[in-house]
Design a protein around this ligand. Structure first.
Ligand code: AMP
Length: 279
């Protein structure tokens, strides 16, 4: 496995792969890799000739009061995991290379970036779409793998790839969970044992809501109310029920919807969601 540090070298390597007829599957990450990331990397390796993973903690998607400084960084362990999975190249540029002095170009996806996480984190998705565009320009992938864990991020990136004719297939992979249901996240490392236990109410409330929908409940207000009741022990940021593609809130469950929640446990903000298809 090779480690590449600059966009120019990354692009040259990727274009050389493409010239020999190889397909490239990429997995953008911020590192601190866990089984969720591993599932994306395995799929990228399985479905493409070469798999490339990026490790880059992107300052542009953190607000000044957020956790950019203390975000877990474990480069050696991440590379070991990527190599063991069969990733061919890791792309790990540094911040100055990505955003040199004078940097001033941003990619903005409008409506899908608003609401849900975009309401509390107004510049977050602009940072995400900007960095993902830069990563795509360097890794020149045929396919890119993202997790449903960040459902809004997936919807925003799918929209961006379509709108900007990127010619990259965006593949959304299911949420990988701990045995007790907690969605895996690099931020789970911040939780105290007591917070870790309370955090379970996110997945449990969402699963209960799915049971209610399976029994036929279609009223979004009632479903959201049930989720909120189950999350009484955490500081709720939002609970929303939205169309899975547009992310516009819906009053009535039909087609494929996403039921998403975000909450604070102490200073740690966790998100989770389920998708449900009404028959
Ligand atoms: P991050 O490093 O947190 O930016 O995540 C990198 C990619 O891994 C994103 O596409 C995430 O949605 C995905 N991911 C993170 N956690 C999980 C999980 N528990 N299951 C599946 N994918 C995940």
């Amino acid at each position: 496995m090779i480690i590449i540090r600059t966009p120019r070298e990354m692009r040259e390597w990727a274009l050389a792969q493409r010239q020999t007829g190889k397909t490239i599957g990429c997995v953008p990450t911020m590192g601190a890799l866990h089984e969720g990331h591993a599932s994306l990397m395995r799929e990228a390796v399985a479905k493409n000739d070469v798999g490339v993973a990026s490790l880059f903690v992107n300052p542009k998607q953190f607000a000044p009061h957020e956790d950019f400084g203390k975000y877990p960084r474990m480069f050696e362990a991440d590379c070991a995991m990527a190599e063991q999975i069969g990733i061919t190249a890791v792309y790990a540029p540094d911040v100055e290379t990505m955003y040199p002095d004078g940097y001033q170009t941003y990619v903005t996806v409008e409506e899908v970036s608003q609401g849900l996480c975009g309401a509390a984190r107004p510049h977050h998705f602009r940072g995400v779409t900007t960095v993902v565009t830069k990563l795509f320009n360097a890794m020149v992938p045929h396919r890119a793998y993202f997790g449903q864990k960040d459902a809004q991020q997936c919807a925003v990136i799918k929209r961006m790839a379509r709108d900007l004719d990127m010619g990259i297939e965006i593949v959304e992979m299911p949420i990988v969970r701990e045995a007790d249901g907690l969605a895996m996240s690099s931020r789970n490392a911040y939780l105290s044992p007591e917070e870790r236990q309370r955090a379970l109410c996110l997945s449990r409330s969402l699963f209960r809501a799915r049971d209610i929908m399976e029994l036929g409940e279609r009223n979004a207000r009632k479903i959201i109310h049930a989720v909120r009741e189950g999350m009484a022990d955490v500081d709720i940021d939002y609970v929303e029920l939205a169309d899975a593609d547009s992310l516009k809130p819906v009053e009535h469950v039909q087609g494929t919807i996403v039921l998403a929640a975000a909450a604070f446990l102490g200073k740690t903000r966790l998100i989770d969601n389920i998708k449900f298809e009404a028959k």
